[in-house]
Each structure stands twice: as structure tokens, then as C-alpha cells.
Design a protein around this ligand. Sequence first.
Ligand code: DX5
Ligand code: ZN
Length: 217
Amino acid sequence: MTIAPSILSANFARLGEDVSLVENAGIDMLHIDIMDGHFVPNISIGPAVVGSLRKVSALEFDVHLMIEHPEKYVEDFVKAGADSITIHAEATRHLHRVIQLIKSLGANVGVALNPATPLEMLTYVLQELDVVLLMTVNPGFGGQKFIQEVLPKIVALSGILKEVNPLCRIEVDGGINVETARLVSKAGAEILVAGAAVFSSPDPQQAIYDILEAAKE
Ligand code: DX5
Ligand code: ZN
């Protein structure tokens, strides 16, 4: 089980310190949300910030691109230090091509699906993927409520991956806290993104331990 804190809920005025704080809790992965104001109604950060964080952190950078035309920007993010790039299936007309592009740049590749997008979108690319990210909120903002209806989707994906790509991991993103961590891990999720539950907590390190413990139950 991997917990990937999302820096979207961190304090951007002291981002490096917030990243060090969670890094010192013993996590391996940091989730970095990129939003363009088009694919989602919010704007966050770009490759320059990823590059700055790369200089101060050894964590695996899990870059979640909530942007249209991701093919235009994947190279910039890999150069900035992304270890893994996740694009949205809904955000490109040429999903297979972008997946190949990310692989050719040497990064791990993930595809994300919004809550309403069916798993069938991925039928012909699943073999190519290191990660499938199932959104458990509608993307765009931190601190939203977990969408329960995604639970059977996690179970279904878990069954399909056992057959076609057992090494591919299931990541969930949105509304993850101690309660929902239990539900998604039982359903088959292996990477849990948590933003508000970690960074809005008075003790982010304790929050990480609590979510991890809950996911083990
Ligand atoms: C939502 C982002 C998430 C977000 C999760 O669009 O992709 O990564 O930061 O935040 P929480 O855990 O607060 O729902
Ligand atoms: Zn995200």
C-alpha cells in the first residue's frame, strides 16, 4: 500500500517545507496536481514548480495532468523531474499515442478516469500501463466528498487487471481519509492519494500513519 500526499492542499508559500514534512513521515511518493483551467475549472502549477521541488526532494513524483492536449506538455514535466505521468483518457483524442510518448521519455505511465467514465475506455491500452488512476471525486479541487459509486469500479478493474496486466497498480484520488481508505483498499486500490486529509490536518505525519493503518485493516 502506498500513500501519496497531494500537494494541492499544502501551503504554496512554504511548499518545500511541507514536502519535507511528509517526506520525513517515510512515504515514497508525492502526488502533484497540474490543472489548466480548461480540462478542469481550476489552475494550479506548471513544470517550473515541479523542477524546483525536484531539487529538494528524493520522492517519486507522481504527476497528475488534468490538462487538455497533454501531449504538448509531457516532455516538459519529465524533464522537470516527473517519475510518473498520468494523463486523463477524456483529455486527448489520441490516448494510445500519448501513452507511447510518455514511455519513450522513460517515465512510468498512468491513465486517469473521471468518476463517470467507463473502464471500457481502457480496454485496448491496459497492457501498456503502469497505473490506472480512478478519480473518486470530480477533478479540479481538493477537499471534496468521496464518490461511493466508484467502489464497484475499483473492484471490477482489479479483476480485469489480474487477467491482463497484474503489475499495473490501481490508484485512487479524491476524498481519501481514514474512513474511505478502508473502503478503497478492500476494493483493490494500491496507491491512495490524500490531499486535505494530510495537509489540512494539524499533524500531517500522524494523518499519513492513520490512513496507512486504516488501509491495512
Ligand atoms: C483533485 C486532485 C486531487 C486532490 C485530492 O482534482 O486530483 O489529487 O488534490 O484532494 P483531496 O484528498 O483533498 O480530495
Ligand atoms: Zn490528483
